[in-house]
Design a protein around this ligand. Structure first.
Ligand code: CTP
Length: 473
């Protein structure tokens, strides 16, 4: 098959590469994800990989020197690769490799090989496709492992015997699952078996790289595809046992609880229909994580998960730390949503008093809409009348919160009286009384004892200050 590259937006670049290689007496091919996505008519990536059957570094340098102004070529000696940026593209050149990996690491030992050697050692047949840029067969697709057929059949298959491909580089197990989730492909049976057998080798892969793949799964249209595969192969148990601990249904005295693992996957899929925000999707993934360690059967009340939101939000931090995820605002956001996840619904049972609504508004602040998205996604009952009831209850809480918000403006709460003003009132130096009084003002506003208003706050502080024994200046 010949791929007509003349219409390709990078045609001029491909032609230039072809000519330089020809001049240098080198072969050159486009390989990997670019070819795959081109054939699948997906948006092609901005990083393009090229293979030559001799030295990739010298080819990269020769090409860069033909471009004005010449881009800087970065060399990765250990891997024998060279790359440079050109018109928003990351172009990477590598000498064809015949390689094997050491048992205990992902670092390959490299030997020069032919294109065929190089294609064999790639992860999946759909990633082993190459397009020739050589003069005699420019545009020819080189597909020794039937990658095109596998694209049609939507399957992920390894070019070599699966256990060899996976044990060569165990990150590929995560890649298989990631591609299954993002491309909606099936992992071929023998491959899936090999992943299950080799699963322990995932332990030699760095957490950062596992998380790159995991987050791609989380950002796919239906993350449960990848999450289920991670569960089935045992990878999830190795990486996030806190989640697999949610699996299972127990029964005591004829009373059961829902399987919180499968429920969680549904919530993640639900939320993914409404947001591309990775961390909101993570909040859905972890919203019930505290349920396994808090689960109790109590006579009279049945199954309870008391305090699971609070414990869950603590677990978010240790999980993020172990998973080498960012520990700044993104983590805090996930913690906050996990902690608040049951609050809006609890309001229905405990009564929608204005003070409870104000408190939620105060605690959720600018993340209130995201919390609502999470709450809606959390409704997974299959019973349609129950579903309608939950939705209605929820809409009711949301509308009540809106009312309170308009009235009291506590969402991005700014105290109506400042610490300096309090100090002036009582002629005080900075000290703990100021904090106590400010907290009292906030509480009084949230409880509805006073309005969110300067004069009311001032009068309140005078009264409270006096009970603390302070004397008005
Ligand atoms: N590759 C591999 N084994 C890996 C990683 C990569 O065999 N563990 C090969 C595949 O042929 C892959 C190519 O290197 O197509 C480029 O890898 P990378 O850029 O990481 O992924 P892409 O396949 O391009 O996919 P994406 O851009 O979606 O990450």
């Amino acid at each position: 098959m010949n791929i007509n590259l003349t219409q390709n937006k990078n045609f001029k670049l491909f032609k230039l590469i072809s000519e330089v290689a020809e001049k240098n007496d080198q072969t050159v091919f486009i390989v990997g994800g670019y070819v795959r996505d081109l054939l699948m008519k997906r948006k092609t990536p901005t990083d393009i990989d090229f293979v030559t059957e001799s030295n990739g570094m010298s080819l990269a340098k020769s090409i860069a020197s033909e471009i004005q102004p010449s881009p800087t070529v970065t060399i990765f000696k250990n891997y024998g690769t060279a790359m440079f940026k050109f018109q928003g593209l990351d172009l990477e050149f590598v000498g064809a490799r015949k390689e094997s990996y050491a048992e205990d690491s992902r670092k390959p030992s490299v030997e020069t090989g032919t294109l065929d050697d190089d294609q064999k050692r790639r992860d999946f047949t759909i990633n082993s496709l190459a397009i020739s840029l050589n003069k005699e067969n420019f545009g020819d697709l080189i597909d020794p492992f039937d990658g095109v057929l596998d694209i049609k059949k939507k399957i992920l298959r390894t070019p070599l015997e699966p256990s060899q491909t996976y044990s060569d580089d165990p990150l590929r197990m995560m890649r298989a699952i990631r591609f299954a989730s993002t491309l909606n492909f099936t992992i071929e049976e023998d491959s899936l078996k090999a992943i299950k057998q080799e699963v322990d080798r995932v332990k030699i892969v760095s957490m950062e790289r596992i998380m790159v793949e995991f987050n791609k799964i989380m950002l796919s249209e239906k993350p449960s595809v990848g999450l289920k595969l991670m569960e089935e192969t045992g990878i999830l148990d190795l990486v996030m046992p806190e989640l697999t601990a949610l699996k299972g249904i127990e029964e005591v005295d004829g009373q059961t609880h829902k399987d919180n693992f499968w429920h969680t996957l549904e919530v993640v899929d639900n939320i993914s229909k409404h947001t591309e925000n990775l961390w909101l999707r993570w909040a859905a993934l972890l919203h019930d994580v505290g349920k396994a360690p808090t689960k109790k059967f109590l006579d009279g009340s049945g199954w309870t998960f008391h305090g699971h939101e609070f414990l869950g939000s603590k677990m978010v931090k240790s999980l993020f730390y172990r998973l080498k995820l960012p520990l700044g605002n993104d983590m805090k956001y996930v913690q906050k949503l996990v902690k608040l996840s049951s609050r809006p619904i609890a309001l229905i049972d405990d009564g929608t008093s204005d003070s409870a609504l104000r408190r939620l508004l105060f605690d959720a602040g600018e993340d209130l809409e995201d919390l609502f998205i999470l709450n809606k996604a959390d409704i997974t009952t299959k019973n349609s009348s129950k579903q309608a009831k939950f939705k209605k209850n929820f809409e009711y809480v949301a509308s009540k919160i809106k009312e309170v918000e308009e009235k009291d403006q506590v969402r991005n709460f700014q105290p109506p009286i400042s610490g300096e003003e309090i100090m002036e009132l009582f002629n005080l130096k900075p000290g703990r009384e100021i904090g106590i009084l400010k907290e009292k003002v906030k509480e009084a506003i949230l409880e509805g004892e006073i309005g969110n208003d300067k004069d009311e706050a001032r009068n309140f502080v005078i009264k409270e200050g006096e009970t603390l024994g302070l004397i008005l200046a």
